[in-house]
Design a protein around this ligand. Structure first.
Ligand SMILES: C[S@@+](CC[C@H](N)C(=O)[O-])C[C@H]1O[C@@H](n2cnc3c(N)ncnc32)[C@H](O)[C@@H]1O
Length: 461
């Protein structure tokens, strides 16, 4: 790969003897990984090999998964770089917490945060770019998360709703992307000598907003996929100088290096941060820092948040929803009317305790359950992917070939003896969509934009 001369000069100076190994590592092939999703039923039941484990994860593996496999479509697997996997592990989001992922698309870290929260608490996954936010929302639906709001906002506008609200905030910042050079050679074209400084300016702007949303005593997780000290140790130094924050030590596994105090303001605690350098570590370049806020509750006058409003769900709509969901006997079969929110004709399951987000742009204000059409309720694809245990009476098992037909957009002929109506479709133990059985045919409700041609069985690696 042809690296910019200024980049070579910079890292020759910074890394000294290590520089040749570092440059060589950027020419090597990337090691590819994936994660399993513990939110899913029997989540280890997949066809991909789980032999190559990663020591700092429970559910991360080395290997390549196809976006056209059953496992991917049903959200059992998520393809992710090995280094990127460490960010959400360090964040350690817990069930019941209020967590913000401020720069979240396409969703590698957010899906992992949602998984570790086990559908309890609130995760706000935000992405400023609309197209990317759409992909983020699709990924959140695929993994079946029930407690996630996907917003499409600038950080400053989020502050107006979420002032000092979050226990944890992840800022996986837009950066100069030097750590991605190996995976994406084209990234070198955007790089110029001043680029890291330009990115650092934006990172500070984002962090100023993030700090206004962090609770007293909360934790801020900052990460980049670049090697540049300007965006890493220097940003950490700036945060320590301008806020009442302490760096928490991050556990280092084989090949992980401490951040370098000398590349920041010399504060020795900068060694609590972690650098993943491509000549020492299998994944792509990454930097991680975890801060604890030291302020006390009284410092901020946190306004009492407005209670959420349940927007105009009529008793008859609530009845239609219940008529649909009760026979499934699922974990969503007994929702309270206050858990539900109507947006136009769409019904959402809205995380408890969330302030009113109506003035924000959002992609999904919770889990999309379905849509009211005249006098009936039509379930969403997202609802199908979020259900885990349902009554056998409401399930139709189909073959893998029939699954392939369905995801390609075809109807499935069926000799099923069950009566006409909505069923959750299952293959190889995985629920993959709703289908409507009408006189021996299962009608297709796969969203048009998500249809695809599935891989052949021989393509599993
Ligand atoms: C490193 S990527 C995030 C990757 C993501 N966390 C993941 O794990 O999939 C950084 C994101 O920041 C977004 N971004 C760019 N400018 C921003 C800004 N001014 N404020 C907030 N986010 C911004 C980009 O659109 C991009 O999606």
């Amino acid at each position: 790969m042809k690296l910019p001369q200024d980049f070579i000069d910079k890292y020759t100076h910074l890394l000294g003897d290590e520089a040749p190994d570092f440059f060589e590592s950027l020419d090597q092939d990337s090691v590819i990984g994936f994660r399993l999703n513990p939110l899913k039923n029997d989540y280890r039941n997949i066809k991909y090999s789980l032999n190559k484990t990663i020591d700092y994860t429970n559910d991360g593996f080395i290997g390549k998964v196809s976006g056209r496999s059953l496992e991917h479509q049903t959200g059992y697997v998520y393809s992710q770089d090995l280094s990127a996997m460490y960010v959400a592990i360090v964040a350690d989001a817990k069930p019941g917490e209020k967590v913000l992922d401020l720069c979240a698309a396409p969703g590698g870290k957010s899906t992992q945060l949602a998984e570790s929260m086990q559908n309890q608490g609130v995760l706000v996954s935000n992405e400023i770019n609309y197209k990317r936010a759409k992909i983020l929302a699709e990924n959140m639906e695929r993994i079946g998360a029930k407690n996630v709001v996907v917003t499409n906002e600038s950080p400053d506008r989020l502050v107006s709703v979420f002032k000092h609200y979050f226990d944890k905030i992840v800022v996986d910042a837009p950066c100069s992307g030097e750590g991605m050079f190996r995976k994406d050679h084209a990234a070198t074209k955007y790089w110029h000598k001043e680029y890291p400084n330009e990115c650092a300016k934006l990172q500070k702007e984002i962090l100023v907003q993030a700090m206004q949303m962090l609770k007293s005593g909360g934790e801020l997780i900052y990460s980049t996929c670049t090697f540049a000290p300007e965006e890493n140790e220097e940003i950490v130094s700036w945060l320590l100088e301008n806020y009442d924050l302490t760096l928490e030590p991050i556990k280092r596994y084989d090949g992980m290096e401490p951040g370098r105090p000398a590349w920041g303001n010399g504060d020795p605690t900068i060694s609590h941060t972690v650098r993943l350098m491509s000549h020492k570590f299998q994944g792509e370049g990454q930097f991680l820092a975890k801060f604890k806020d030291n302020t006390t509750e009284n410092k901020f006058k946190v306004k009492k948040k407005k209670a959420k409003k349940s927007k105009g769900i009529s008793p008859s709509e609530f009845e239609l929803w219940n008529e649909f969901i009760k026979p499934f006997k699922s974990e969503l079969s007994n929702l309270n009317i206050n858990d539900l929110k109507l947006n136009g004709d769409y019904l959402y399951y809205y995380p408890q305790e969330l302030p009113d987000i109506e003035k924000l742009k959002y992609m999904r204000p919770g889990l999309a359950l379905g849509i009211f059409k005249k006098n009936r309720f039509e379930p969403s694809y997202a609802l199908a992917l979020s259900l885990n245990e349902v009554s056998d009476e409401r399930v139709i098992k189909v073959t893998k070939e029939q699954w392939k037909q369905y995801v390609a957009g075809d109807v499935i002929p069926s000799n099923e003896s069950k009566k006409n109506g909505w069923y959750l479709l299952e293959t190889e133990g995985k629920y993959f969509a709703f289908g409507k059985l009408v006189n021996g045919t299962i009608k297709n409700f796969m969203p048009k934009g998500l249809r695809f041609t599935a891989i052949d069985e021989s393509e599993y690696q």
